[in-house]
Design a protein around this ligand. Structure first.
Ligand SMILES: *Cc1c(COP(=O)(O)O)cnc(C)c1O
Length: 425
């Protein structure tokens, strides 16, 4: 298979190359187990001496095709698909941190990740420091401790829509000799390649734009293969692992040490694997990612420009709007569009906002993003309602903020729906 295909070609043909007489389209290998002829072969699989499928909690041909396509698309050396985006975030961190460790994160995060970090990671003894993404490099470095093991952020904060200053956070991570992890769910592998900006591990909720049709919950962790795990800070990567007869990950797997360790330890022991059926659907969705992201971005920019001129709209935020404070950074880190999220505030109170929401008909009230169907929600009373007011503000949620995940319907119909709904308030 060609290694230098453009993204649009990888979306369609990456990860699966059938031989003569084999199915043209990636099949669903709906199997838990695999058959062998030779006990020595099976033993070598168990000892990680040979590559091959052993049990679908660890790997499966349909899931593997998705992982290979995704790794290529995102420009990494390997990937592990998980049961959900939440599982991907948890795995990515637990592969590096254990009890007593510490990470630094930009505060503008998905609400579920904030809960994971502040509640469950804390229970596991991993401490997380949140920092304003606009803090200076020195201010971020001042949060570092002896046990700091990672720097974390999201490409496009949801729903603040701030674009991460990759260069600054990458410098912090380099200085601390720790990996830089980024959740690129909203950026998508089509619009943004964090590995070109100093990131070492990329995480996605594939539930969103990757699947694109709101059909399958899933996640993926992609290894950039560009971090020196043997720098003295990460002994689990260099010391013998007793659960595999003393295998040493860096020595044995080189620049794929991170993703291999993730699969064979956390994948094996925690078991949040992606099902073959979900991988099949996610792969089908990815086949049109390049076309969808262009249309999502185009529709979002057009709606944002229309809303900006509407007298009942107080403010609009879309990173590709020239009036957005994020515009320069968006142009630098996002190529070809700024994805499908935009936010705005209605000129009116919460009752007006509710009336407007009820009046929408094509644009539905739905708790997801990245769907081909347009949807809208009010984060302060839904996705971010479990956070304190302070935490809400820190993650970019103001009380009047409405978040739209623009679909790929005809933009004229989307605008007409907004127009009629605004006319009732
Ligand atoms: C949805 C989402 C997650 C969590 O993913 P699930 O697939 O819902 O578990 C993580 N990060 C971001 C940015 C998300 O939008």
């Amino acid at each position: 298979m060609s290694n230098n295909w453009e993204k649009g070609t990888i979306c369609i043909q990456g990860g699966y190359s059938p031989k003569a007489g084999e199915p043209r389209v990636l099949p669903i290998f709906q199997t838990a187990t695999y058959k062998y002829d030779d006990p020595d072969h099976l033993a070598s699989l168990f000892n990680l001496e040979a590559a091959g499928h052993l049990y679908s909690r660890i790997s499966n041909p349909t899931v593997a095709a998705l992982e290979e396509k995704f790794a290529k698309l995102q420009g990494g050396v390997g990937a592990l698909a998980t049961a959900s985006g939440q599982a991907a975030v948890l795995y990515a961190i637990l592969n590096i941190c254990k009890v007593g460790d510490h990470i630094i994160t930009a505060s503008t995060l998905y609400g579920g990740t904030v809960n994971l970090f502040t509640v469950n990671l804390k229970k596991m003894g991993i401490e997380v420091s949140f920092v304003d993404p606009e803090a200076s490099k020195e201010e971020i470095l001042a949060l570092a401790k002896e046990n700091t093991k990672a720097v974390y952020g999201e490409t496009i904060g949801n729903p603040g829509l701030n674009i991460l200053d990759f260069d600054k956070f990458a410098e912090v991570a380099k200085e601390l000799k720790v990996p830089f992890l980024v959740d690129n769910t909203v950026g998508t592998p089509y619009l943004c390649n964090p590995f070109e900006h100093g990131v070492n591990v990329v995480i996605h909720s594939t539930t969103k734009y990757a699947d694109g049709h709101a059909q399958s919950v899933g996640g993926i962790v992609v290894d950039g293969g560009n971090f020196d795990w043997a720098n003295g800070n990460f002994s689990e990567f260099t010391e013998p692992d007793p659960s595999y007869h003393g295998i040493k990950y860096v020595e044995t797997f080189g620049n794929a040490a991170y993703i291999t360790k993730l699969r064979v330890t956390l994948g094996r022991d925690l078991g949040a694997c992606q099902s073959p059926f979900n991988a099949y659907l996610t792969n089908l969705g990815l086949e049109t990612l390049h076309l969808r992201m262009e249309r999502h971005s185009q529709n979002a920019l057009e709606l944002a420009k229309w809303l900006e001129k509407h007298p009942k709209i107080k403010w609009v935020n879309y990173p590709y709007l020239e009036t957005s404070p994020e515009y320069d950074r968006a142009k630098k880190y996002l190529k070809g569009g700024a994805s499908g999220l935009l936010t705005f505030g209605i000129d009116g109170d919460i009752e007006a906002a509710k009336k407007f929401t009820k009046a929408l008909s094509l644009v539905a009230l739905v708790v997801t993003l990245g769907d081909v169907r347009s949807c809208l929600l009010h984060p302060a009373t839904t996705t971010h309602s479990q956070l304190s007011e302070e935490e809400q503000i820190a993650s970019g949620v103001t009380p009047d903020l409405m978040r739209v995940s623009i679909g790929i319907e005809d933009i004229n119909d989307i605008i007409a729906d907004f127009e009629q709904a605004l006319s009732v308030i």
